[in-house]
Design a protein around this ligand. Structure first.
Ligand code: MOS
Length: 726
């Protein structure tokens, strides 16, 4: 099915199951431990051995030799595979560097061996007994000192002239550190071979990419690879692509002729896999005396391994605020640190950390309330291309509803003047922008002889609620209760879906189930000799005129199966810019003596199309806001610029928020249908909730203390010497 014009009325518009706050349908499995994660799939293959990976302890260079003699003699050890046993494996297009093989080390903790043993401790102990002789080379680890090249430059009007003429200007540089996905479930895979075919039970956001990646890496036909990933303990972009766990498990299982399971130990995840690049961002904003932006420039630098993409933090600046004269430059530094790649809202998450402080500074410089400043500079057309409009943009409404619900005081007292006992109190606001991409998405729906429905698609649920909203979509379309639908996900033998990434999952995958249900309605019509348009599906009945049958009666002679794929036409992006918007409001307390920052309350108002399930959408928002709090106050990968690795490579050193850090979080959805987005008129939301949060917190800290911190995270050491006299 092709979505090639704006959605009119559809069967999904009834919203009797969709739009309702159904709790997660796999929730009972999760809370009773019956939803197994990859490493716990004890039942899928017999006689599983443990594979324990070894990571390189240099960042760049060559391996002269590896001595495995002692390790092989240790108890329980079955076999050892080292990187010197083979040439570098081919690099799939979704990977930036080879995942195993050869003597070249291109980043710290690159996988260089896997020890296979009967027991976990045996494998781990033997891995430490491998003796590696390295020939290290000098690497490039310091982004501030690195040479850069321009990856993108875009100009509109004459920025320099307009900025020089501006009545009020802001020119500041902001930095964001490298960040780690730090998902709860590590990368893990169990592999088992049958002849020349391999099955990998793993944790992967994008099943079709994982399958393609493994086939290309092992140079085998795709139809000999099966990937299964039904439950995923978080990904955030860290599991978009094939990683070393799957490759090592598959190689080791093939070598020893038994199933092998490999998890990346937590201290290996940060340096073996990907992370969000650090950025250096210069923002220049020129305004009229009334605060109207006339010139805006965003210059970003990020870094990654050769051939990588880094983090384009300028993206939102091209779309978010008005201004006739514009300049964005995105620079890439080549580094020998581990690969930088996508992490939740890649681009915007970092970009808005800087842009939305700069906007706060611009509002302050212009003497305009920061909520009003954003309203004043809203645009309904794309600034680079005024002939194109946003399909649906309610940013002003987000700001206004938020200001009212939060109790935003437009006549704000001066910074550093509000106190509550020992706490300096401040409030901050920030805007959020995130694109609304879609991907083709397929699904199969099977009407069973008992009237129940089975939905099958290789879509994943990374903790987002995919099971539930896909079940709701099928239930709505076929006129049954949610309890009559079974949803099966994450298996590469199912139709290829969008997968989970780029906040395209919900909008795309529900579109795929919609398409399959339209096909199933047609198949039902054929079965009973009716025309599809004549049929009404509701309450478990299909009705033609005054004849009603139960779905069980219709399928009594045998299951009715339909499969289709939603493909999204160009009209969406040719005529419109599709995006999601939010406004974040935050109140912080800063300890007047120590500078400790506590977030006291958070509010987000989100414009993200039709809300398919207010519970799962709310959970996405508050989870993302929690991540934004981490980005604001604690998360930072510390680069050892002499040795070339992230030093704080575990959850003791890389600090994500805990429950005690999280205050009251409120979310308001505008629930504005976007008929240009999909037949369900929905958009993504999983990344929007992160965008802008950290800046709202930094702006609130400024309001509380008068201290403008431009380098994240906003830690005590950046505040303590600058606090108002206690
Ligand atoms: Mo997302 S960073 O595409 O999982």
């Amino acid at each position: 099915m092709k979505f090639d014009k704006p959605a009119g009325g559809t069967p999904a518009d009834r919203m009797t199951v969709l739009g309702k706050p159904h709790p997660r349908i796999e929730g009972p499995l999760k809370v009773t431990g019956r939803a197994p994660y990859a490493y716990e799939r004890h039942d899928v293959a017999p006689d599983q051995l443990i594979g324990y990976p070894l990571g390189a302890t240099i960042a760049k260079g060559r391996i002269r030799s590896m001595d495995t003699t002692a390790a092989r003699a240790m108890p329980g050890v079955v076999d050892i595979l080292t990187t010197l046993d083979m040439d570098a494996l081919p690099t799939d297009s979704n990977n930036v560097t080879s995942l195993f093989g050869g003597d070249e080390v291109r980043h710290y903790h690159q996988a260089i061996a896997v020890v296979v043993a009967e027991g976990f401790e045996q494998a781990r102990a033997a891995a430490q007994a491998i003796v590696v002789d390295y020939a290290p080379e000098k690497g490039r680890f310091d982004m501030e000192a690195a040479d850069t090249e321009v990856a993108l430059e875009k100009t509109v009007g004459d920025f320099d002239a307009a900025f020089a003429k501006a009545a009020v200007t802001v020119d500041q540089t902001y930095t964001t550190p490298g960040q780690s996905h730090a998902m709860m479930e590590p990368h893990a895979s169990i592999a088992a071979w049958e002849g020349d075919a391999v099955t990998v039970w793993t944790s992967n956001q994008m099943i079709a990419w994982g399958k393609k990646g493994l086939a290309n890496t092992l140079e085998m036909p795709k139809d000999k690879v099966r990937i299964d990933s039904p439950y995923i303990g978080g990904g955030f972009g860290g599991k978009l692509f094939l990683r070393a766990d799957a490759v090592l498990a598959a190689l080791a299982a093939r070598k020893v002729g038994r199933a092998v399971k490999v998890a990346l130990p937590r201290p290996m995840m940060m340096n073996n896999t990907t992370h969000r690049s650090a950025t250096i961002q210069r923002l220049r904003i020129g305004m009229n005396a009334d605060g109207r932006i006339t010139a805006i420039a965003h210059d970003n630098t990020s870094g990654t391994l050769p051939d990588g993409d880094g983090e384009d933090a300028t993206n939102q600046t091209r779309y978010f605020y008005a201004g006739d004269n514009r300049l964005v430059v995105n620079r890439l530094a080549t580094l020998d640190l581990p690969e930088a790649n996508a992490m939740r809202a890649p681009g915007e998450a970092s970009g808005l950390m800087a842009l939305e402080i700069a906007i706060d500074e611009a509002a302050e410089a212009a003497g305009v309330d920061p909520v009003q400043f954003r309203i004043l500079n809203d645009t309904q057309t794309v600034p680079e291309d005024p002939d194109r409009t946003f399909s649906n943009r309610h940013f002003i409404e987000c700001l206004e509803r938020g200001a009212e619900a939060f109790g935003w005081d437009a006549s704000r007292p001066a910074p550093a003047t509000r106190r509550d006992g020992n706490w300096l109190i401040g409030q901050g606001v920030a805007g959020a922008y995130r694109g609304s991409p879609v991907m083709p998405s397929g699904a199969r729906v099977r009407l069973q002889p008992d009237g129940r429905l089975i939905v099958e698609t290789d879509m994943t649920d990374i903790g987002t609620g995919s099971y539930t909203i896909l079940g709701q979509t099928a239930a709505e379309m076929m006129g049954v209760e949610l309890g009559a639908v079974e949803v099966r996900l994450g298996d590469s033998s199912f139709p290829v879906s969008a997968g989970s990434g780029g906040q395209f999952g919900a909008v795309s995958a529900t579109g795929g189930v919609y398409a399959a249900c339209i096909a199933l309605r047609e198949a039902v019509a054929r079965r009973i000799g009716s025309q599809p348009d004549a049929l009404d599906f509701r309450d478990g009945l299909v009705t033609d005129g005054n004849v009603s049958r139960t779905l069980a009666e219709v399928a009594a002679e045998g299951e009715i199966v339909a499969e289709d794929k939603m493909e999204f036409g160009d009209f969406r992006s040719k005529e419109y810019e599709l995006a999601t918007f939010a406004a974040h409001f935050v109140e912080v307390g800063v300890d007047a003596v120590t500078g400790e920052v506590r977030v006291r309350r958070m509010l987000a108002v989100a414009d993200a199309g039709r809300i398919l399930n207010p519970v799962t959408a709310h959970s996405q928002m508050i989870g993302a806001m929690t991540m934004g709090l981490g980005a604001a106050l604690s998360e930072k990968m510390e680069v050892d610029v002499t040795q070339g690795f992230f030093a704080n490579h575990d959850l003791a050193g890389y600090e994500v928020p805990v429950h005690a850090d999280i205050p009251v979080q409120e979310v308001i959805f505008l629930n504005a249908d976007d008929p240009n987005s999909s037949p369900l008129k929905a958009k993504g939301i999983g990344e929007l909730g992160l965008c802008g949060v950290a800046a709202a917190i930094a702006n609130a800290v400024h309001d509380a203390t008068g201290v403008r911190v431009r380098d994240y995270p906003v830690t005590v050491d950046r505040l303590i010497d600058h606090l108002p006299a206690a």
